[in-house]
Design a protein around this ligand. Structure first.
Ligand code: AMP
Length: 183
């Protein structure tokens, strides 16, 4: 199976759920920048307070900050990994390419999870996270469309992209994803 993976898709598509599952069953490092940023908030640091305000608005935190987080983890991890929620824009994607070439590693597959907006909004509303109220959700979807969706073409051109329909049960979606990662 492919060991160095990137999960892409709008908020609410189920990236976190699927990433966690796959990482656990295949011994991959699950690197979720959203989870790491939330941990920073929990820790109550000054950085955490700044991150909290940005996240509550549904904006992206600075590229330098997330990149430092990712660099720190990947530098010390040479086995398989699964990036979830990063990169979020083209600048991050380019910085990731640079970092990986320094580390002599490369992305083996990008999994794009696709789902209709109406379903995404319903899922996010039922999740009840601090940044999951309707106004912020709509803004996060807009940020996704403008900043993150251009990565689809980027990774498609590199021949790395596989899209999966993210509707159905957790099991069904997991089966679809596994089928894309064989060999
Ligand atoms: P997520 O858990 O991936 O939905 O991320 C929640 C929030 O964390 C986002 O709305 C952003 O504010 C922030 N965040 C997570 N990952 C990134 C990233 N790669 N770049 C910038 N901001 C991020």
């Amino acid at each position: 199976m492919k060991q160095r993976l990137l999960f892409l898709g709008p908020p609410g598509a189920g990236k976190g759920t699927q990433a966690q599952r796959l990482a656990a069953s295949h011994g991959l490092l699950h690197l979720s920048t959203g989870d790491l940023l939330r941990a920073e908030i929990q820790a109550g640091s000054e950085l955490g307070r700044q991150v909290e305000a940005v996240m509550a608005r549904g904006e992206l935190v600075s590229d330098d900050l997330v990149l430092a987080i990712v660099r720190n983890r990947l530098e010390h991890h040479h086995q398989g990994w699964l990036l979830d929620g990063f990169p979020r824009n083209l600048a991050q994607a380019k910085a990731l390419d640079q970092l990986l070439s320094e580390l002599d590693q490369r992305i083996e597959r990008v999994v794009l999870m696709e789902l209709d907006d109406a379903v995404l909004i319903q899922r996010l509303l039922s999740r009840g996270r601090a940044d999951d109220n309707e106004q912020v959700i709509r803004h996060r979807l807009e940020v996704y469309r403008q900043q993150t969706a251009p990565l689809i073409a980027h990774y498609r051109e590199l021949g790395l992209l596989s899209a999966v329909e993210a509707a159905g049960s957790v099991e069904e979606i997991a089966t679809r994803i596994s089928a894309l990662l064989l060999d």
